[in-house]
Structure formats: C-alpha cells, structure tokens
Ligand binder design. Structure first.
Ligand code: IPE
Ligand code: IPE
Ligand code: MG
Length: 265
C-alpha cells in the first residue's frame, strides 16, 4: 500500500532527477507589495506559477510534487485574506482539475479538511476520485496542513487501530498513518521568498531531504528556477550518515546533469 523507503531504516536510491519535490510557495504578498497591488494579487499570480511548476515537473520526470498552499497557522491572517485564499482554491479546482486529469496528474490534498466549507471539501474529494488512477505525476496540495498536526493525527489513528502498540512501536508501524504515506520521502525541498525555515511543513519525512532556499518570490518561480534548484540538488552528496569514502563510485548525482540549463556550475 505504501512506497515507503525510509531514509533512517535504509538508504534510499539516489536519482539525478528527484522523485519527490516539496515546495513552500512563499512571497506572494511581497510580490504584490513591490507592485503596489493588494496582497491577493500575488496569490492570484501564484496560481500561474503552480501551473508552470506542475508542467515542468511532469516534463522532467518528477514523480511526486507536494506544494504548501495553506498552513494550519495561516488562519491567523486577516479574515479577508483567508476567505480570498479559500475562494481562489475553489476557482483553481474548478478550472484546473480536468486539465490536470487529461495530462495524467493524480491530485491529492493533505491537511485537516474538517475546517473547510463543504463546497471546497466536495470539490477536493471529486478531484481526488477523478484522478485516482493517473500515474504521470502525483500533485499533492497541503492545505490546512501542519507537520505537527500530521504527526499527532497519525499517532492517534495508529493507536486507535492498534491499541496494543501503546507500549511501543517503530517507524514501520507509524509511517503508514502519515498523510503523505503514499509518497516516498521528499528528495528536494524548495522554499521561495527568502526565509530559511520549515514553518511547520512536512516534519517527519524531511529527515534527510536536501534543502534549497531562494530569494525569488513565488509568483516569479518558473521552469528555469526549478532547474536551478535541481542542479543544486545534483551537486549534493547524499551520505545518509555514511562517509564519502563509503559511497559507491556512481552514487554522486553530479555526474549527470539535467539538460541545457546552462548554470550547472
Ligand atoms: C505564500 O505567500 C502564500 C501563503 C502563505 C498562502 P505569502 O502570502 O506568505 O507572502 P509573503 O510571505 O507575505 O510575501
Ligand atoms: C508558509 O508560509 C506556509 C505556506 C507557504 C502555505 P508563511 O508565509 O505562512 O510562513 P511564515 O509565517 O513566514 O513562517
Ligand atoms: Mg509568507
């Protein structure tokens, strides 16, 4: 049922194209402010960057793309901004889902959906059902998601199903209950907008993820920016606790470069 290859129980296979990319899409508000526009204009443009990023990931053979769209702490924002974001989510679903389906994207949402309007929750369920059989790219939107919420909901569900584990359990018991259990651990984490923090995004599975931060604001993010992040990833040596000398000779990702990005260093 799961594709779990834990980076702490084993050593995941290193591939030159990350199988799973997780992105904190940050900087929409500042993008708008720079243009003397209301913050929500930045969110609207952010949807375009999402569209381009999904396409670019599919073209490059990325299998899982996980995007942080709304955190469990984003309810703290002004009510008008929150309600605009919810309407934007509804609009984006209405406009994009059929296109995503036609291009072979499997659509998932992780997060606590209980707090969403029934209409939005219904659209999410429909989109997940429609696209369930697609295999080209799994696009996960994290909405009303928090890494701590995820760990706690997983723990609660596990203990509900298997009360005998209260005395002790391991990763293999626990990990299948995490919201992203259908995906391998992210290989590459990207955060736009210049902040260097996790902001309660996926916590458990980032254990050995390569982190990449860029000052670029999310509405400006595009295929070229994605390629720069992937090239940076390809220059890392993923040791998973071992020494360099212990790595198999072909383990480095740098020997292979993605196509003609021109900035492979
Ligand atoms: C990210 O952009 C989008 C959401 C959190 C919904 P921000 O809205 O956080 O933009 P900045 O960080 O204020 O520029
Ligand atoms: C993180 O961005 C959440 C999303 C991108 C959805 P924030 O803008 O909410 O993060 P902080 O508040 O700067 O840490
Ligand atoms: Mg922000």
């Amino acid at each position: 049922m799961t594709t779990l290859a834990s980076s702490t129980l084993g050593i995941p296979e290193a591939r030159r194209i990350p199988r799973h990319i997780a992105i904190i899409m940050d900087g929409n508000g500042r993008w708008a402010k720079q243009r003397y526009l209301p913050r929500v204009a930045g969110h609207r443009r952010g949807v375009e960057a999402v569209r381009n990023t999904v396409r670019a990931c599919a073209e490059r053979g990325v299998e899982y793309l996980t995007l942080f769209a709304f955190s469990s702490e984003n309810w703290r924002r002004p009510a008008e901004e929150v309600s605009f974001l919810m309407r934007l989510f509804v609009m984006a679903l209405e406009q994009e889902v059929v296109k995503l389906h036609k291009s072979g994207v499997r659509f998932r949402v992780i997060g606590d959906l209980a707090r969403f309007e029934p209409k939005l929750a219904g659209l999410i369920r429909e989109a997940e059902t429609l696209t369930a059989g697609n295999q080209r790219l799994t696009l996960t939107i994290a909405a009303n998601y928090g890494g701590r919420w995820d760990v706690l909901q997983a723990m609660s569900r596990m203990l509900h199903d298997r009360p005998e584990l209260a005395g002790g359990f391991g990763e293999r018991d626990f990990a299948p209950y995490l919201a992203l259990s259908y995906a391998p651990e992210p290989d590459l984490f990207i955060r736009t907008g210049g902040e260097q923090r996790i902001s309660n995004f996926v916590l458990w599975q980032l254990a050995y993820t390569e982190l990449y931060f860029t000052d670029m604001l999310w509405p400006d993010f595009d295929a070229a920016a994605l390629d720069r992040a992937i090239v940076s990833y390809q220059q890392r040596e993923r040791r998973f606790g071992r020494t360099s000398e212990q790595l198999p000779p072909d383990a480095g990702l740098a020997a292979h470069r993605i196509g003609d990005t021109g900035d492979a260093g």
